[in-house]
Design a protein around this ligand. Structure first.
Ligand SMILES: [Zn+2]
Length: 132
């Protein structure tokens, strides 16, 4: 279960991100993001946190501008996704699961010849064979 910051924590984080003039500065790049879309970034991506019984602290998060830092290509979310994928690859390797390995099952049997009233049968139907 993904942990989220509480409303009070978000307020405290915004206060922390404010400069003396009351402007909100992005905690990633210091851009003035007052009035812009802001997001509360988990510094350690939630997908990589194993023990989620520990509560989040405001030191676990950063106030980021959505457009300057959080969702920008190469920004926090995209590098997080690469980290998460890498962690999953390592975990899969640890358990001996190789990429491209298929599950071995019985598969599907070849389909029966089509029987329909409007088309002639190209092969004799299986149930007719016993009559010969
Ligand atoms: Zn930024």
């Amino acid at each position: 279960m993904r942990r989220e910051f509480t409303r009070a924590q978000k307020v405290a984080m915004i206060k922390r991100a404010m400069d003396g003039a009351g402007r909100i500065l992005c905690e990633g790049c210091s851009l003035n993001i007052t009035g812009k879309a802001i997001e509360f970034d988990h510094i350690i991506p939630e997908a990589l946190v194993i023990d989620k019984s520990v509560g989040l602290e405001i030191s676990d998060g950063r106030v980021l501008g959505r457009d300057c830092c959080h969702r920008r290509p190469g920004g926090k979310t995209t590098t997080d996704l690469a980290d998460i994928a890498e962690a999953k690859r390592r975990e899969a390797k640890h358990f001996g699961i190789r990429a491209g390995q298929r599950l071995r099952g019985p598969g599907f049997s070849p389909s029966q010849p089509q029987r329909s009233a409007s088309r002639p049968l190209s092969k004799p139907a299986a149930w007719r064979r016993d009559e010969d």
